[in-house]
Design a protein around this ligand. Sequence first.
Ligand SMILES: CC(C)(COP(=O)(O)OP(=O)(O)OC[C@H]1O[C@@H](n2cnc3c(N)ncnc32)[C@H](O)[C@@H]1OP(=O)(O)O)[C@@H](O)C(=O)NCCC(=O)NCCS
Length: 224
Amino acid sequence: MPNPNLQISLLKPEEAEQYMRMRHEVFRPTVNNILYSRGEPSEKTLSRVTEEIRDGIVDKGILYIKCVDKATGEIIAGARWRHVKPGKEGAIERTWDEVEAGFDLPEPFDESHPEMLEGLHDLFNSNKREILGRRPYYCLDTLVTLPQHERRGAGSMLVRWGCERADEAGVEAYLEASLMGAPMYARHGFQAVKEVELDLRKWEGKEIMSFILMLRPAKGEQTP
Ligand SMILES: CC(C)(COP(=O)(O)OP(=O)(O)OC[C@H]1O[C@@H](n2cnc3c(N)ncnc32)[C@H](O)[C@@H]1OP(=O)(O)O)[C@@H](O)C(=O)NCCC(=O)NCCS
């Protein structure tokens, strides 16, 4: 059941910085070790991330969702969903050119190890190519809940939001789960397809990071 003290809605462009700071805090012990393996990101880097979030909302149709604690008005959790779909109206599948265009390598940050970032990119994208092919799907790119607000149902509300849209469109949903997130995703109908690892020690990192690639079957008819 959704938590009545929490409310989810679309993130507004002017809230991009709040979202960036929350994501940065939650990912500090894990994903930040890949994005910023050479050290704490500068304000210039953080501003670039904020700008990318704002641009994603305004110009790219990326679905950033926030979860607000009604009692305080604080944003306590957030998600980044994308509807990956064919460019041509009425098409059932994407073209391979469209698939490949979605895999462009982003410019590394000043604090990134560029090959490490490329390693993550290649790992995730080669698997997307193999598992999803040209099919349309909803992709959960990011899910973060502030540690002090864990286990209140925020993550589940944000996952359900995207799953409902995937069901309306009649398409699958996909994500690369952390080991922490996987059991919760399973409760929402995601099934583990494959476990993958990124050995950060290849690029002067300290650890091996594991992810579980998960797919949620489509329900109903695909609507173009
Ligand atoms: C995974 C995460 C998104 C869950 O968010 P949440 O708001 O706590 O989610 P919910 O309250 O809806 O669900 C709770 C479930 O999440 C998992 N979870 C939440 N906090 C956890 C913790 N501290 N340790 C282990 N599992 C945890 C558990 O499966 C939990 O279910 P349980 O209480 O029955 O064990 C959140 O803990 C988080 O941001 N973690 C760090 C970043 C991350 O791993 N994101 C997922 C990337 S794919």
